[in-house]
Ligand binder design. Structure first.
Ligand SMILES: [Zn+2]
Ligand SMILES: [Zn+2]
Length: 446
C-alpha cells in the first residue's frame, strides 16, 4: 500500500512491472515508477564519469575576457571568491553551495549509495544517506548554472573579446551526465533491497487482496522512503511517531506547522521582492562611470541585442517565476484556510504545487550570471562589474520561496476540504482517541 504524497490518499497498489508509472487514482500525480532496468551498472557508470568530470572542472577555466590586451580568466570558483571580495558574503556562500559544493556532495553520496546497494548485505548507513541525497539533490544546480554562464557570455560577447574555455564544455557534459544518472537511478531499488526488509513488530502494512483498508487517520507513511504504517488508534497529524525503521527519518503524518511556516516565508519573500526589483542588482563600471542595472533592465538589454529567447527566459525565470510562486502558494493556503474546494480545483492546485516545486530553482540564473560577470570583468578603472544590494534581496526571494514550497504540505488542502476524513467518523464510532506510539501499532502479518 502506498500513500500519495500530493493528496494523502492511501491506496492498494499492484506490483509494478518494469517501465510502469504509478499515478494516484484521485489527484493523478505520479506516485512512483519502476525503471525498465534496475541494474546498478548504468547509474554507477554515469555517476563515476560525472565525478571525474567534476574534479577536472574544479581546476579548469570557464572563459577568458580580453580587454585592450589584458586578460582575465575565470573558473567555477571565481564567482563566489569575487562575491566575497566585494563584500557579499551571503551571495558568495549561496553561489558556492549551489554550483560547487552541492554537485560534489550529491555525486559522492550517489557513488556511496550505489556502492552500498551493490553489496549482498547493504550497509546500514546507505538508508539515511539515501534520505539525505533526496533532500540535497535540488540544491545542486549545475543545469541552472549552465544557463547563467550562457547569459553572461552573450552579455560580454559584444563588449570585448571573450573566449570560451574547455571548462564550459565540461560543464555542459556534466549537466547531461547528471541528468542521465538521475533518469537511470531507481530509488525504489534501494528500498527493495533484500537486506532492507523492515524489522518485525512495527506495524508495517502489507497490502493484501481482500484485506479491508484501515481508517485513514490510523495510517501514516514515511516522508522519505514511502513505507506505510498502521496504528491501532488514530494518529495525531503532527506528533512525532519515532524513527522510520527502514530509512531512519522522523515519522509524522503531516509536515509540522506547514501552513504557518510556509506563510511566514512567503510573506518575507513578497516583501523582499519589491527592493529586489527596484534596486540595481549590478553596475557596469566603464572608465570610472557606473551604469547600474536592475533585473528588468537586464532583460531589456538582452532584448535590444536581439537575443529574444534568452530575454524571455530571464524574464520568465527572474520576474514571472517568483511572482507566480507567491501567488500560487497563497492560493493553496487560502484554499486550506477556507476549508472547502471542489475535486477539480484541488486536483488543479495539486498539479500546480508540483510545478511550483520544479520551477523554483531556475530563478537562480540571474544570481549566477552576476557572480560570473563580476568575476570575469575585473579591469579596475577601465571596466568592471560590481554586484549591488538588489542581488541580495533577489537571492533572498529565491531561497525563501524555495523553502516556502518545501515546507508546505499539499495534503493539508485535501484534509481541510474533508477528503481525507473517513477517520473522524471512525473514532466517533468507538475507536480509541488520543495519540499512539509506535509500539502501539499492529504487528506485521505476512
Ligand atoms: Zn493523490
Ligand atoms: Zn522511511
Amino acid at each position: 500500500m502506498h500513500e500519495c504524497a500530493a493528496c494523502g490518499l492511501f491506496q492498494h497498489v499492484p506490483a509494478l512491472k518494469p517501465g510502469h508509472v504509478l499515478t494516484c487514482a484521485r489527484c493523478g500525480e505520479t506516485m512512483g515508477r519502476q525503471r525498465k532496468t534496475s541494474e546498478i551498472g548504468g547509474p554507477l557508470a554515469f555517476c563515476l564519469s560525472s565525478l571525474a568530470l567534476y574534479i577536472v572542472l574544479l581546476v579548469s577555466p570557464l572563459m577568458t575576457l580580453n580587454v585592450y590586451g589584458r586578460e582575465n580568466m575565470v573558473s567555477l570558483m571565481s564567482g563566489p571568491v569575487e562575491m566575497a571580495r566585494q563584500g557579499f558574503g551571503a551571495i558568495a556562500i549561496l553561489v558556492a553551495l549551489a554550483s560547487v559544493l552541492m554537485p560534489g556532495i550529491v555525486l559522492v553520496c550517489m557513488a556511496l549509495i550505489l556502492y552500498g546497494a551493490s553489496r549482498v548485505e547493504m550497509p546500514l548507513w546507505v538508508r539515511p544517506l539515501m534520505a539525505w541525497y533526496e533532500r540535497l539533490r535540488p540544491w545542486s544546480m549545475i543545469e541552472v548554472y549552465v544557463i547563467g554562464v550562457l547569459v553572461a557570455y552573450t552579455k560580454l560577447v559584444d563588449l570585448a573579446l571573450v573566449t570560451l574555455q574547455p571548462g564550459v564544455f565540461l560543464l555542459g557534459a556534466l549537466m547531461v551526465l547528471m541528468a542521465a544518472m538521475d533518469s537511470t537511478f531507481d530509488a525504489e531499488m534501494i528500498w527493495r533491497h533484500r537486506s532492507v526488509a523492515p524489522r518485525h513488530g512495527l506495524g508495517v502494512y502489507r497490502a493484501a487482496a481482500g484485506r479491508p483498508m484501515p481508517p485513514e487517520k490510523h495510517m501514516l507513511s514515511c516522508h522519505a522512503c514511502g513505507l506505510t504504517f498502521v496504528a491501532r488508534s488514530s494518529v495525531n497529524d503532527e506528533s512525532d511517531m519515532g524513527d522510520c525503521p527502514r530509512c531512519g527519518q522522523i515519522l509524522r503524518r503531516r509536515k509540522r506547522n506547514s501552513l504557518q511556516a510556509a506563510m511566514c516565508f512567503l510573506i518575507a519573500a513578497f516583501i523582499f521582492y519589491i527592493p529586489a526589483n527596484l534596486l540595481p542588482v549590478m553596475a557596469f563600471v566603464k572608465m570610472g562611470h557606473g551604469q547600474p542595472s536592475t533585473i528588468i533592465s537586464g532583460v531589456i538589454q538582452l532584448w535590444e541585442a536581439n537575443l529574444y529567447f534568452l530575454a524571455l527566459l530571464v524574464l520568465f525565470a527572474s520576474i514571472t517565476v517568483p511572482v507566480l510562486k507567491v501567488i500560487l502558494l497563497a492560493l493553496m493556503m487560502a484554499c486550506e484556510c477556507r476549508g472547502k474546494a471542489t475535486l477539480a480545483s484541488l486536483r488543479r492546485l495539486t498539479r500546480l504545487y508540483k510545478v511550483v516545486v520544479f520551477i523554483g530553482r531556475w530563478s537562480m540564473i540571474d544570481v549566477f550570471m552576476i557572480s560570473i560577470l563580476a568575476a570575469v570583468v575585473r579591469f579596475g578603472f577601465m571596466a568592471s562589474v560590481m554586484a549591488e544590494l538588489g542581488v541580495v534581496f533577489f537571492a533572498m526571494v529565491v531561497v525563501l520561496t524555495i523553502f516556502a514550497a518545501d515546507l508546505y504540505d499539499p495534503r493539508r488542502m485535501w484534509d481541510a476540504a474533508g477528503y481525507n476524513q473517513e477517520v473522524l467518523d471512525f473514532s466517533r464510532k468507538g475507536g480509541e482517541a488520543g495519540t499512539s506510539e509506535l509500539q502501539d501499532m499492529e504487528p506485521e502479518k505476512a
